[in-house]
Design a protein around this ligand. Structure first.
Ligand code: HEM
Length: 153
């Protein structure tokens, strides 16, 4: 079985980011503030790497359509939209969590931190599910890029 390199790499970074958030949460429960900060910033970098890879692939290579049976397409699409929704909300909450953490707005940080972490866990789990559905369980459909679509080459 062969899987495409860039989607595999970007999915790896989402999973790594979620694992780092889990470790960061565990660290703060041990009151290890500096280690918590470093681990959460590393989780942010990992999420950013995911986003950069995903975005460059979308622009330069394209998005791949679902290659499974037509009867499953609607469920896949709804699930994909749900995942994108979680990722977007998670990114906004992530930025607010990093901001409140660095600025030491701690009462708010303590409230939003666990919510961000849980949203991020679900983002990673649904992201892996999308990856499996798109490239592993079924063979990916057509890939079309914004550039190719516009320039027609
Ligand atoms: C990068 C900068 C960050 C700094 C400097 C920072 C700092 C802190 C500090 C000092 C606390 C302890 C608050 C207290 O109990 O007084 C804390 C708690 C916490 N932070 Fe962060 N944090 C950062 C990023 C994040 C991020 C990005 C997340 C989530 C993805 C997060 C999740 C949490 C959680 C879950 C708690 C424990 C809340 C509780 O149960 O009381 N932190 N953080």
């Amino acid at each position: 079985m062969t899987v495409p390199f860039l989607p595999t790499l970007s999915t790896f970074f989402i999973v790594l980011s979620a694992v780092l958030v889990a470790v960061g949460w565990w660290l703060i429960r041990q009151r290890r503030i500096e280690a918590h900060k470093k681990t959460m910033l590393a989780a942010g970098v990992s999420a950013l790497l995911f986003f950069i890879i995903y975005l460059s692939r979308t622009v330069f290579i394209g998005n791949t359509s679902f290659g499974g049976p037509d009867s499953l397409k609607i469920y896949y699409t709804v699930f994909l939209v749900f995942h994108i929704f979680l990722a977007t909300v998670g990114a906004v909450f992530g930025l607010v969590s990093i901001w409140t953490g660095l600025k030491e707005v701690l009462p708010r940080h303590r409230k939003i931190g666990p919510v961000t972490s849980i949203i991020w866990f679900f983002t990673a789990i649904t992201g892996v599910a999308v990856y499996l559905l798109l490239y592993v369980f079924y063979k990916g459909g057509e890939t079309t890029s914004v550039f190719r679509a516009i320039l027609g080459y």
